[in-house]
Design a protein around this ligand. Structure first.
Ligand code: SF4
Length: 219
């Protein structure tokens, strides 16, 4: 018999390159600062089961692109997908890829869409803070100041969509977080255990691969 689980695992296996201090990603900036710090200092091979979950997210995004491109959905036009950008702050660079840029034909507005897949839409009542921050930064970096976070349920393709208003102030706060992250890394200083201290974020600790290190408060 063939072991298809193993085959998927082998197919998804990639060599993990260590992250470079000075190169940061909007998808990580809204998470726990300490966890991000650890991921630069102590890179870990991504667990294959986690890699499978990430792949489901990619598959889901592929499907969303098909829906956005469909001729049956004439109210919008898909302008770009996986749109790369890079911003140089001198001491460090922030780069990423915006999921989708669409044009709403009715009002001629361009809108960025960040797609997230979820296990259960039932519990999604608003856009998660880290997703909002990611999109806020994309709006700042691209100059497209309209953004939506789209959640799609992996079990039944039901979806919810949340608008994120562009805010100069929030964008500056996010840039300050990048500066803080860079300073902690460059100066070998361990950030505070942000997720543990924040009620909205402490669920992240349950899935954190650095939990043991963090408990011991170790660098
Ligand atoms: S255990 Fe929690 S507080 Fe500590 S690094 Fe991980 S996510 Fe952050």
């Amino acid at each position: 018999m063939i072991d298809f689980n193993k085959m998927i695992g082998r197919h998804l296996e990639k060599e993990q390159r260590p992250k470079q201090i000075g190169r940061y990603y909007p998808s990580e900036i809204g998470g726990c600062m300490r966890k991000t710090w650890y991921s630069y200092k102590y890179p870990q091979q991504i667990d294959i089961e986690l890699a499978k979950i990430f792949e489901v997210g990619n598959i889901m995004h592929g499907f969303v692109v098909e829906v956005l491109k469909s001729e049956k959905n004439r109210e919008i036009e898909l302008l770009k997908t996986e749109m790369p950008f890079k911003q140089d702050f001198g001491e460090f660079v922030v780069s990423g890829r915006v999921d989708d840029l669409v044009l709403i034909k009715e009002n001629g507005k361009s809108v960025l869409i960040e797609v997230k897949s979820t296990k259960s839409l039932e519990f999604v009542k608003k856009a998660q803070e880290s997703h909002r921050m990611q999109l806020q930064y994309y709006m700042y970096a691209t100059g497209v100041h309209n953004g939506l976070v789209l959640y799609v349920d992996k079990n039944n393709l039901q979806s919810k969509i949340f608008e994120v208003a562009f805010s100069e102030k929030e964008s500056e706060e996010i840039i300050q977080r990048f500066k803080n992250l860079h300073s902690y890394l460059a100066n070998e200083l361990l950030p505070l255990p942000e997720a543990k201290k924040n009620l909205e974020k402490n669920w992240m600790c349950k899935f954190c691969e650095y939990r043991e290190k963090c408990e011991k408060n170790q660098q």
